[in-house]
Design a protein around this ligand. Structure first.
Ligand code: GDG
Length: 470
């Protein structure tokens, strides 16, 4: 079996792979340890041109090499802050209103992909399989192919793939899809995303799609599949239980004075539906006076991408909404929304989830949403909380035990909260069991192993065939 090469925009540090970060880093690292290999990507540092060109920096951990490079200010601005996060992210989340398109940024995006690919080529061996992650790196395989790389290359998109009419808003949409056709295997979070890609291929690229998901387009053949990312539910359950009596949980419990707790955790991002969520909670207090003073929403929202203008705006909007709602419904000893703009340790989050009666997860669009899955896994099976989940999270297709809501329907969300707050124990337990069974059946290991199994089963290209299977 050949080595595994993982490429992602950011590379987890060796310490993060030991469990302090999200489960994803741990899951991917598990596969790297088994096969041996390299995790390659940006270090997260902005550096001088000399330092950038001197990379990659190599760090060894057993059979795994962490290989990272710094980006220059210009590369960071055009590739990361620009085309990736001010064009692709908003459009792929159906927010054309927040997107901009600048030719120079797109050129920078392609330039950085080609530069990164060139750096990686030197680390490759003939039998390696290469797994590229996410929207920052769409042109990566094309760049590798143009350097003569014939290895199997797969791509997993963590975010939604938009319907063709939405994708058309990005002027070089055809080049992007053509770049995607250079992969051997494309993985999507849900059947809806896969279908959206197929629709583009048949309607806008004069390509064909077979019943097994394989695609012919731009003179190339590739496979596509659905690989729903998951968590390791029993590890989360164990972690949440182990830390349930720690200081931070006791302090929270004491400060709640018997009030019900609604928990939300999201990166501070406009795709997560935070403003709509705050307003639905406000409506609960407005329409149901009996809940005033008796229920608290804790929203943890660590800032991300804070140098992108649209992220500064969502932060302002939320601060305004939290202040306004708290001004309206606070008492001398009661604050309805506790809005925490900071990062918490993972084990703390899991134990806080366990303490709450509702997990309120309402993105406007989300590839999967791991918080929804973590919330379920962290519950106490003897007295589980209820997951109130947006129909626009990829996770909604699997978690049929959740109370599903449309985040654009404030009254509907408010009614869902009322229902969840009053749900009897046996109904909560039934829903929890259904959700846990779904999480166990399709955990993070299944996601990773099925993607890699499918990638390994793609026929190898012959030398000179780097341009694609004909
Ligand atoms: C993208 C896609 C897809 C959050 N705050 C803290 C913290 N987190 C952790 C959560 C969770 C992770 O970050 C967030 O994952 P999500 O899936 O919810 O969302 P994105 O970051 O947007 O992820 C998404 C995912 O990729 C995977 O494919 O599901 O759709 O958008 O694990 O717990 N972790 C810690 N402190 C925090 O304050 N430690």
């Amino acid at each position: 079996m050949g080595r595994l090469i993982v490429v992602s925009n950011r590379v987890a540090t060796p310490t993060e792979t030991k469990g302090s970060a999200g489960g994803l880093a741990v899951g991917v690292f598990g596969a790297l340890k088994d096969a041996g290999g390299v995790w390659f990507g940006w270090s997260g540092d902005v550096v001088s041109e000399t330092v950038a060109n001197a990379g990659p920096m190599l760090e060894q951990d057993g059979a795994v090499t962490f290989a990272t490079v710094g980006l220059t200010r210009k590369d960071y601005d055009q590739y990361y802050r620009g085309f990736s996060n001010a064009t692709l992210w908003p459009v792929f989340h159906y927010r054309n209103d927040l997107a901009r398109y600048e030719r120079e940024e797109y050129a920078g995006y392609r330039r950085v992909n080609a530069w990164l690919a060139h750096k990686l080529v030197k680390l490759l061996e003939p039998d390696d399989i290469i797994w590229i992650h996410d929207y920052h790196l769409i042109p990566f395989a094309e760049a590798l192919r143009s350097e003569g790389v014939t290895n199997r290359i797969g791509f997993f998109l963590h975010i939604p793939f938009p319907a063709p009419q939405i994708l058309l808003n990005i002027p070089p949409h055809e080049e992007l899809v053509k770049s995607l056709s250079c992969y051997d295997l494309l993985g999507f979070q849900t059947a809806t995303d896969q279908q959206a890609f197929h629709d583009y291929v048949t309607r806008h690229a004069r390509g064909t799609v077979s019943a097994d998901g394989s695609v012919e387009a731009f003179g190339r053949k590739l496979r596509t599949g659905v690989y729903r990312i998951g968590v390791f539910p029993d590890e989360i359950a164990e972690q949440a239980k182990r830390y349930e009596s720690r200081q931070h949980v006791l302090e929270l419990k004491q400060s709640l004075e018997g009030r019900k707790l609604i928990m939300s955790v999201d990166r501070l991002d406009y795709s997560k539906g935070l403003v709509e969520r705050f307003r639905a909670f406000e409506l609960l207090l407005e329409r149901s006076p009996e809940w005033r003073g008796n229920v608290t929403l804790v929203q943890i929202a660590p800032p991300t991408r804070s140098d992108v203008a649209t992220y500064q705006k969502i932060r302002q909007d939320l601060e305004y909404e939290a202040g306004r709602i708290n001004g309206r419904y606070s008492g001398l000893d009661y604050t309805p929304i506790r809005y925490l703009n900071q990062q918490y340790d993972r084990w703390k989050l899991m134990s806080l989830f366990r303490e709450s009666q509702i997990g309120f997860v309402t993105p406007l669009h989300d590839g999967m949403n791991l918080v929804a899955k973590e919330y379920v896994a962290a519950q106490n099976p003897d007295d589980p909380g209820v997951l109130v989940l947006s129909i626009f999270a990829g996770a909604a297709a699997e978690l049929s035990g959740a109370v599903l809501v449309n985040p654009h329907d404030a009254i509907g969300m408010c009614e869902a909260l009322q229902r969840a707050l009053q749900m009897p124990l046996d109904a909560r337990q039934r829903r929890h069991e259904i959700n846990m069974a779904a999480l166990r059946e399709n955990d993070l290991g299944v996601w990773r192993d099925s993607f890699l199994r499918d990638l390994r089963s793609v026929p190898v290209r012959r030398a000179g065939e780097a341009g694609g299977h004909q």
